[in-house]
Design a protein around this ligand. Structure first.
Ligand SMILES: O=C(O)CCC(=O)C(=O)O
Length: 298
């Protein structure tokens, strides 16, 4: 098992792996996360989702932050490491960053946002609709953002694992697919305006410790959890070194604003600074010691 905090060249994707990612838009590692760390993350996610209101981040833009008593459905907790730096022992691990950097073809990778996504067993409402991450990140100049998807247990088709449209990151429709909250997964062909053969839809089944990576333009969704155990995932969204804020107008004619924009400092010309290390810590290359029980964004 590689050391998450001291990656070696041999732990990184080969040129063949990078070519696979370029063609398909996703990539799966061997087991790289120690099982005891995953167990620790399970406890932390459950505690985080049940923390008192007084400890919750407030943003006027709005972000998802599931709390007990919410209606059935996906339990989504955004800005995880920003609020609970102890998650950084996994979410900010240099090996995760180094793999992402290799796949995205960039020298350096930093956090953009991260979230815990939990689906309770037999909750038929816990479905994530077809979307691309790009559709939610229109203020980013980069077209090579990448997500590390880290399940805390085995994930199978039955437990509602990540489902992707293979190669769809190369389709020109992917930029506008914003149906994260649409539970009708059968609408895919209709919304993208083309036939999507069933064999293009891949359910990425992972063993504990494995991590999958997906391209910001890859269409993805996930079904409900029909297994008998919760499905918990940490989804870590990463930006390449050259990513910056750009102003984009929404359908209402006003500038699109993300919660990220509200949290971070400003550049000299007044734009949200997507390199603010307090909000967007660098995963790779990283200098310094491995944390013992957690890290603060440096
Ligand atoms: O956990 C899931 O099923 C999907 C999460 C997601 O949309 C993402 O990681 O980009």
């Amino acid at each position: 098992m590689p050391d998450l905090w001291r990656p070696e060249e041999t732990d990184l994707p080969t040129p063949g792996d990078v070519a696979f990612y370029r063609e398909h838009g996703w990539y799966v590692t061997d087991p790289i996360v120690p099982l005891d760390l995953l167990d620790d993350m399970v406890r932390r996610v459950d505690d985080h989702q049940r923390r008192p209101d007084a400890e919750r981040l407030r943003s006027t833009v709005g972000h998802e932050d599931w709390r007990p008593g919410d209606p059935p459905g996906v339990q989504n907790s955004e800005f995880l490491t920003y609020q609970q730096p102890a998650f950084g022992v996994l979410t900010l691990a240099p090996l995760i960053g180094a793999i992402a950097a290799r796949l995205a073809g960039t020298g350096s990778v930093r956090l953009f946002d991260d979230q815990a996504v939990v689906k309770q067993p037999d909750d038929g409402e816990a479905i994530i609709g077809w979307h691309t991450d790009h559709a939610y990140w229109s203020t980013c100049t980069s077209t090579e953002m990448i997500t590390a998807w880290i399940p805390l247990q085995d994930t199978t088709a039955d437990s509602g694992t990540l489902m992707v449209v293979d190669g769809s990151h190369l389709w020109d429709t992917s930029e506008h697919l914003r149906l994260f909250h649409d539970r009708n997964l059968a609408r895919l062909g209709e919304v993208v305006g083309r036939d999507v053969p069933a064999e293009r839809v891949v359910r990425i089944e992972l063993r504990r410790g494995q991590v999958s990576f997906h391209h910001m333009r890859l269409m993805h969704a996930s079904e409900s959890n029909r297994s008998d155990r919760p499905r918990r995932v940490l989804s870590v969204h990463l930006q390449p070194e050259d990513n910056q804020y750009r102003e984009v107008l929404g359908a209402d004619g006003r500038p699109v604003r993300l919660a990220d924009d509200e949290l971070c400092r400003r550049t000299a010309d007044g734009r949200p600074d997507y390199a603010d290390p307090q909000v967007f810590p660098v995963l790779w290359p990283r200098t310094g010691q491995a944390p013992r029980s957690g890290v603060r964004p440096a």
